[in-house]
Design a protein around this ligand. Structure first.
Ligand code: SF4
Length: 171
């Protein structure tokens, strides 16, 4: 299996979610968050698709790539800037580099926060991503699903029922 940008993102959010997703247990279609995220993509920047290219390569899919300026634009619905978002864009840059496209940078855009964050890939990041890829493959290949997070983010996770329904029934 190939590591994808989604794996990198989930690695920072929840290792259990990473394992579930990578092992084919997908519940994203039931998530309002995913729906909202799609809606933000479609409504926040209606002209965007005409101005930018979509790039799919080596396990990543960049929705908005400005090829002329070599800038990735990633839009997040979140009302919080998360390290997972940053690493996702760094991974996009990393994979483009691996495929011979150098000097790419990224911009994370948060329409609900009216905020943007610039993203660059450093040598330190490259080493960290190498390490992350190894750890992600180890988690994914494990026979055991990692333990639950018991975090407030669980309430908005598409796997919430999957993770907690049994626990709630036994209360
Ligand atoms: S509900 Fe919580 S523990 Fe379960 S996959 Fe989602 S974030 Fe992880």
């Amino acid at each position: 299996m190939q590591v994808t940008a989604t794996h990198i993102n989930l690695y920072h959010v929840c290792k259990r979610e990473l394992w579930l997703h990578a092992n084919g247990i997908n519940m994203e279609h039931t998530s309002d968050l995913v729906y909202d995220g799609k809606l933000i993509h479609e409504t926040s920047y209606p002209q965007r698709s005409e101005r930018y290219e979509e790039v799919a390569i080596d396990g990543i899919k960049i929705d908005y790539y400005d090829a002329r300026n070599k800038v990735i634009h990633e839009i997040k619905r979140s009302d919080k800037v998360e390290p997972a978002h940053m690493w996702q864009v760094k991974y996009y840059i990393y994979v483009l580099e691996r495929n011979g496209v150098k000097n790419v940078t990224g911009i994370l855009e948060y329409p609900t926060l009216r905020q943007t964050t610039n993203v660059e890939l450093t040598d330190d990041d490259r080493e960290k991503i190498d390490q992350m890829e190894k750890e992600i493959m180890k988690i994914i290949r494990s026979d055991n699903c990692p333990p639950m997070l018991h975090s407030k983010i669980c309430k908005s996770c598409s796997y919430y029922d999957f993770c907690y329904v049994k626990e709630e029934k036994t209360k």
